[in-house]
Write a protein that binds this ligand. Structure first.
Ligand code: NAP
Length: 291
């Protein structure tokens, strides 16, 4: 039996860590499976370097290459544009060039931050992008490279990710709530918090369907960071901590965020029959898992 390989780049990150587990449970259901799952992170491959990235990918000859690596510090990207583009855009280009050598399918994880948030209803896959910040622009460029260079490409745009294995809004709120009596949270950005385990399952399903093109994937229902924060505290029994709603302007973060970036996930439903559960249900599961 010939070995077939799925290579995940960025495997030690928040999404990568959950994705690896899901891929093992779906593609390597028993030890006789023809599939091998390879887990690479920056210690194994630095996607900023073209030559080594292409050569290394080529030597392992994956059939599917999932790029979940990224420079994901949205505010950090503002003061470090060069690095943001080196990882999120040029890095994707180098991965794509490696994939072309082995005729591999490429999966790239992109973001709602490619949109400007002026639309008043959920964004469709073919809505025109207009990123407001460096991170969004670098991810949009990464999408373009993936599309231009690779024939079989799957781009998954997601948003407001949280999970067990990385810094994120949920763990940050829980940490702050242990130390403070009052928190200030922005109430003028609307989106859908997405659990990395749920997203990982969708990635696996889309691979089984051999899906191509762009898909929006997020947990169902919408909220602001403020209402998300309220739910986190309530479900964690920390309602004694007061939250004050503030504006993005008051918070004064370096990167401008879209005021509304809800993703329309109907295409996912049409192709796979799947719709992700409401974010509040996913959040409950996540909080139970970290208790
Ligand atoms: N988090 C979100 O809310 C969100 C929303 C939409 C889309 N996304 C996208 O989803 C993907 C996964 O996000 P995440 O939150 O799981 O990110 P993450 O936790 O920051 O993980 C990214 C991983 O990539 C690695 N990496 C960084 N630079 C690299 C390089 N030059 N070569 C190889 N590996 C490198 C990182 O290693 P180090 O930790 O050592 O740097 C880390 O292990 C990213 O592409 C991100 O843009 C995220």
């Amino acid at each position: 039996m010939e070995t077939r390989r799925i290579l995940v780049i960025g495997a030690k990150g928040m999404l990568g860590s959950d994705l690896i587990k899901v891929l093992y449970s779906t593609f390597r259901t028993d030890k006789h499976s023809e599939w091998e799952v390879l887990e690479w992170d920056i210690d194994d491959i630095d996607i900023r370097e073209e030559k080594t990235t292409v050569t290394k990918i080529e030597s392992f000859h994956p059939e599917i290459l999932i790029n979940v690596a990224g420079y994901t510090d949205v505010d950090g990207c503002e003061s470090n544009e060069k690095e943001a583009f080196a990882v999120n855009a040029e890095g994707m280009k180098h991965v794509a060039l490696g994939a072309v050598k082995c005729r591999a399918k490429v999966v790239y994880i992109s973001t709602d931050y490619i949109f400007d948030g002026k639309k008043k209803e959920p964004y469709l896959e073919d809505d025109p992008p207009n990123p407001l910040n460096v991170y969004g622009r670098s991810k949009w460029k990464g999408e373009q490279y993936a599309r231009e260079l690779v024939e079989d490409v799957l781009i998954i745009r997601t948003q407001w990710l949280y999970g067990r294995y990385g810094k994120n809004f949920v763990t940050s709120i829980l940490g702050q709530a242990r130390e403070k009596k009052v928190l200030s949270i922005v109430n003028d950005q609307i989106g859908s918090p997405t659990y990395s385990v749920d997203l990982s399952k969708v990635i696996s399903v889309l691979l089984k369907y051999d899906a191509r093109g762009v898909f929006h994937v997020a947990n169902n229902d919408l909220c602001t960071w403020y209402t998300f924060g309220q739910a986190i505290l309530k479900l964690s029994g920390m309602e004694r901590v007061k939250i004050i709603p503030i504006s993005s302007k008051e918070l004064g973060r370096p990167a401008v965020r879209p005021p509304y970036s809800v993703l329309n996930c109907q295409k996912l439903r049409q192709v796979t029959g799947m719709m992700l559960r409401p974010w509040a249900d996913a959040l409950k599961d996540f909080l139970l898992s970290v208790r």
